[in-house]
Design a protein around this ligand. Structure first.
Ligand SMILES: Nc1nc2c(ncn2[C@@H]2O[C@H](COP(=O)(O)OP(=O)(O)O)[C@@H](OP(=O)(O)OP(=O)(O)O)[C@H]2O)c(=O)[nH]1
Length: 209
């Protein structure tokens, strides 16, 4: 019988770790019930991979919610299995005030996340832009089908959710601009620009519906 080749690449290892960590986690507001959380990580990492980003970035995209959702102990598994570069990127993508036994209050976490955006590395910015776009695309489809009921599964109401997304869109655009000034033709930055454009367009739709 033909055997699969050994699965040793960073992306494969990251996928296996993400599948392990998020095995029992479901999406909160999916159109079908019981949709695995892994779907969000695969879509986000798929966008990053399609852009041509390095393997470390794709691996970090697969693990961007690992510490946030599964705690500080996860840092060690990421470091041991994927190395310091992937861990550093995952840490940049981890929302402040998460990872410990108790999550900080929603408003406090989101304000801290916004404040940190101007210090993001280019690769962390890419992952967060793909992450926010994936969640917003999902919300967009949900709003088309269910209207305001689409917001019911979240911790905060529609106005707060859209406030955060709109602040995040402008902070990410500002940060992207600082990289574009130095590297105007970088294809990874061009792709991030497209994602942020789509993110803003989806937000405009959500604000109007
Ligand atoms: N659109 C969508 N999102 C879902 C779904 N299931 C889980 N999420 C996740 O929920 C988070 C938002 O959930 P909330 O209950 O508002 O709680 P939180 O912001 O305190 O985590 C998002 O992650 P986040 O990056 O931490 O927050 P955010 O910055 O996107 O708000 C997103 O990944 C779903 O079915 N659809």
């Amino acid at each position: 019988m033909k055997r699969w080749p050994p699965m040793k690449t960073l992306v494969t290892q990251a996928f296996l770790l993400a599948a392990e960590l998020h095995a029992n986690q479901k999406r909160k507001a999916a159109l079908a019930t019981g949709v695995p959380y892994l779907s969000h990580l695969m879509e986000t990492a798929g966008m990053v991979m399609t852009s041509g980003a390095p393997e470390t970035v794709v691996a970090a995209a697969l693990l961007h919610d690992a510490i946030e959702d599964h705690g500080n102990a996860t840092r060690q598994s990421i470091q041991q299995r994927l190395g310091d570069d992937v861990l550093a990127l995952v840490e940049e993508c981890t929302e402040p005030g998460t990872g410990g036994p108790v999550k900080a209050a929603w408003q406090e976490r989101k304000k801290a996340a916004l404040q940190r955006m101007q210090g993001l590395s280019m690769f962390a910015l890419m992952i967060l832009a793909a992450d926010k776009l994936q969640n917003t695309r999902d919300l967009y489809r949900n709003v088309i089908l269910r209207g305001d009921e689409a917001y019911a599964a979240f911790r905060v109401e529609k106005a707060a959710k859209l406030w955060f997304y709109s602040e995040a869109a402008s902070e990410m655009q500002k940060r992207l601009g600082t990289f574009e000034a130095d590297h105007p033709h970088n294809p990874l930055l061009l792709m991030t620009r497209c994602w942020l454009q789509e993110f803003s367009e989806a937000l405009t739709f959500l604000e109007l519906h």
